[in-house]
Write a protein that binds this ligand. Structure first.
Ligand code: NDP
Length: 252
């Protein structure tokens, strides 16, 4: 795993929004960003999980975490406009956007894939990332050094039977990343990449591989050096890349 031990003030003064902050990798990311000085807007579906996380954050880093409960499978234009307005009101700029929320959906051949769950996976994993990016780009453009990080998966880089909408949605995520990176690369200081965390000890992984012993997997916390590198000043030269936590090493 990438060995990176940044100072505790790595992200001081930066504001980063994390989706799917309530559980798994998003939760670990939120706590790690707070521990390194950032303000974090924590967006997720479950209000109670966010409130628990907020209470934990306030004990160690008072005044730097903000909760934004929202169900991305149902959110409409007004909800996105309200999020953008709230970010604009509270912060001079947005310095990071981590698209981490996702749903797995059922494992099923495409022939039998349930339409409702197909649409939900596309809505949460793809459309929400598009809509949130679109409404937050003005705040990101105000930052001198902004990042957008999409969350990838190995089944979104090479198709795999039975992974259905999840795999297709993750291919789409790579498409958004590449398209957006090409658009903003020369006109703004926003840097855009995708990152595949790889198999990680979370509820989603347990649902995908119920027979697997979770103790054999890396914890979400162990991935955080890569997230910190990409979201902090050291990651400013990486742009438009499909990255993997497992073999991440930007040094020449
Ligand atoms: P978890 O299932 O543990 O967490 C997913 C998060 O997404 C939760 O916080 C959940 O909210 C949020 N979420 C799901 N649906 C919605 C919704 N409708 N509206 C708002 N928030 C929602 O997953 P992981 O931590 O494992 O996954 C994080 C990311 O990493 C995902 O993009 C996943 O595809 C990717 N990934 C994970 C791998 C792994 O092995 N774990 C491997 C490769 C990629 P709530 O807590 O409220 O339910």
């Amino acid at each position: 795993m990438f060995d990176y031990r940044p100072p505790a003030d790595l992200l001081a003064g930066r504001t980063i929004l994390v989706t799917g902050a309530g559980s798994g990798i998003g939760r670990a990311c939120t706590l790690s960003l707070l521990a390194h000085g950032a303000n974090v807007v924590m967006l997720s579906r479950s209000r109670s999980k966010l409130e628990n996380l907020y209470d934990e954050a306030e004990r160690s880093w008072p005044g730097r975490s903000f909760i934004q409960p929202i169900d991305l499978s149902r959110a409409g234009t007004d909800d996105y406009a309200a999020i953008a307005a709230s970010v604009e009101r509270q912060f001079p700029a947005l310095d990071g956007l981590v698209h981490n929320a996702a749903v797995l959906g059922p494992r099923s051949p495409i022939e039998f894939y349930p339409e409702k769950q197909w649409r939900e996976a596309m809505q949460v994993n793809v459309n929400a990332a598009f809509l949130l990016t679109q409404c937050l780009l003005p705040s990101l453009a105000k930052s001198a050094d902004a990042r957008i990080l999409f969350t990838a998966s190995s089944v979104g880089r090479e198709g795999r039977a039975w992974w259905g909408a999840y795999a297709v949605s993750k291919f789409a995520v790579e498409g958004i990343m590449q398209t957006l990176a090409a658009e903003v690369g020369t006109t703004t200081s926003i840097r855009v990449n995708s990152l595949n965390p790889g198999g990680t000890r979370t509820a989603m992984r347990a649902a995908a591989y119920p027979g697997e012993n979770p103790d054999t997997l890396p914890t979400p916390e162990s991935l955080m050096p890569v997230y910190l590198y990409l979201l902090g000043p050291d990651g400013r030269d990486l742009h438009g890349q499909a990255l993997d936590v497992r073999d991440f090493d930007p040094r020449p």
